[in-house]
Design a protein around this ligand. Structure first.
Ligand SMILES: [Fe+2]
Length: 250
């Protein structure tokens, strides 16, 4: 799908100047990967790890978004599209609805390996993009964008934002009797991931009502997250949320 189909998001689209990355930046990427990958090999959802291989992420070099998208496109039609930074909600939803994941191209410095106030290419590509190779997750994310793009009510969007937060950003899944992480905020943060796998965070079964009623807190490690048993559950939850939004009872 061409970027010509984007209107609201158009001002935020940029090119990734891959040759401009320095050896220091490639080295920071390698350090970020080295910090989390051993934990993820044990504690990430198998769909995340499969996606990591499918999109051809390298452990010691920053990813070239065009190459990532070329590997993703035949699987699910998703594309990792470079953007200038954090997008306003309408532009963000428009991109998701057209299977284009807004992807930042800057990388945090060596002094802030654990935390950045805004997403960078490590959070966006390492954290998010592998899951876009999974067909059900891919369909869910497009649907999420489509539904949100058609809603103007801020209260409804806040509720739907919680669904996004507790799946795409901080989702966990039960596999082989264990809690595995798949949300990008868990995947791309050593501290958040350990908080879950070391048992410091309560894990409830994923029930839409409780997810929608649980406020998002961005300034502390999570004390409660929600585990699905399969990705079909988040797809079905999206459709239920959409039905409720259409009836005005979300
Ligand atoms: Fe994110």
């Amino acid at each position: 799908m061409s970027t010509a189909t984007l209107s609201t998001a158009a001002p935020y689209l940029i090119e990734q100047d891959y040759s401009a990355y320095t050896e220091e930046q490639h080295s920071v990427w390698a350090e970020l990967v080295r910090r989390v990958l051993p934990e993820l090999r044990r504690h990430a959802a198998r769909e995340y790890l499969e996606g990591f291989e499918i999109i051809g992420l390298q452990e010691d070099r920053l990813p070239e978004l065009a190459a990532v998208s070329a590997r993703l496109a035949p699987r699910t039609g998703w594309n990792s599209t470079p953007v200038s930074g954090f997008l306003p909600a309408p532009a963000f939803f428009e991109m998701l609805a057209s299977r284009r994941f807004p992807t930042t191209t800057w990388l945090r410095s060596r002094e802030s390996l654990e935390y950045t106030p805004e997403p960078d290419i490590f959070h966006d590509v390492f954290g998010h993009v592998p899951m876009h190779a999974h067909p059900v997750f891919a369909d869910f994310l497009e649907r999420y964008g489509r539904v949100c793009a058609a809603i103007a009510d801020a209260g409804v969007l806040e509720k739907l934002g919680r669904l996004f937060w507790y799946t795409v950003e901080f989702g966990v899944i039960r596999q082989e009797g264990e809690t595995k992480v798949y949300g990008s905020g868990l995947i791309s943060s050593h501290g958040e991931c350990l908080n879950v796998v070391e048992g410091h965070c309560a894990i409830h079964d994923f029930l839409l009502d409780e997810v929608l009623a649980t406020r998002v807190k961005v300034d502390e490690l999570h004390k409660l997250l929600f585990a699905v048993r399969s990705f079909d559950e988040i797809y079905e939850a999206m459709h239920e949320a959409e039905r409720r939004a259409l009836r005005g009872c979300l």
